[in-house]
Write a protein that binds this ligand. Structure first.
Ligand SMILES: [Mg+2]
Length: 131
C-alpha cells in the first residue's frame, strides 16, 4: 500500500502544514505507485528539469522585460507560469531526493554564503558581477 497524503488525494487546499518533506514523500509515493523509479536516474531528472525550465522560459519569450511582471502577476499567464514553476520544482525535488540532498539545508547554506560574500554595506542597489 502506497502512502499518499490527504492533500494529494483530495487535491484541495491543505488544512494542515505541508512541508517540502511532505511534498517529497508524496512525489516518491506517486513515482513508486507507477514503478517509475527506474526512470528517475540523475541524468534523466536533470534533462527533465532543464526541459521544464525551457517551458517556463518560453512563456516569457518575446514579452518585454519591463512588462513581464505585470503580464505574469494575474490571469492565465500567472496560472501558466505557476504550472511550469511547479514542474521545475517537482523535478528539482525529485533530483534532490535521488541524490539524498537536503535541498532546504543546501539553499540555506547558499544564502548564508551569499550574505557573507555580498555584505549589505557594500552592495546596496548594486548588482553582483563576475570579475
Ligand atoms: Mg511543463
Amino acid at each position: 500500500m502506497v502512502k499518499v497524503s490527504r492533500v494529494v488525494k483530495d487535491a484541495g487546499m491543505p488544512t494542515e502544514p505541508y512541508a517540502v518533506a511532505d511534498l517529497q514523500a508524496d512525489l516518491r509515493a506517486f513515482r513508486d505507485a507507477r514503478d517509475w523509479g527506474k526512470f528517475h536516474d540523475p541524468k534523466s531528472l536533470v534533462l527533465a528539469l532543464v526541459g521544464e525550465v525551457g517551458e517556463l522560459a518560453e512563456l516569457f519569450q518575446w514579452v518585454p522585460a519591463d512588462e513581464a511582471r505585470a503580464e505574469f502577476s494575474s490571469g492565465q499567464r500567472q496560472v501558466r507560469a505557476g504550472e511550469e514553476m511547479a514542474d521545475v520544482f517537482i523535478y528539482l525535488l525529485n533530483l534532490a531526493d535521488v541524490l539524498d540532498i537536503d535541498l532546504l539545508d543546501a539553499a540555506r547554506q547558499k544564502l548564508a554564503a551569499a550574505a557573507e560574500r555580498f555584505p549589505e554595506s557594500r552592495h546596496q542597489g548594486v548588482a553582483p558581477h563576475k570579475s
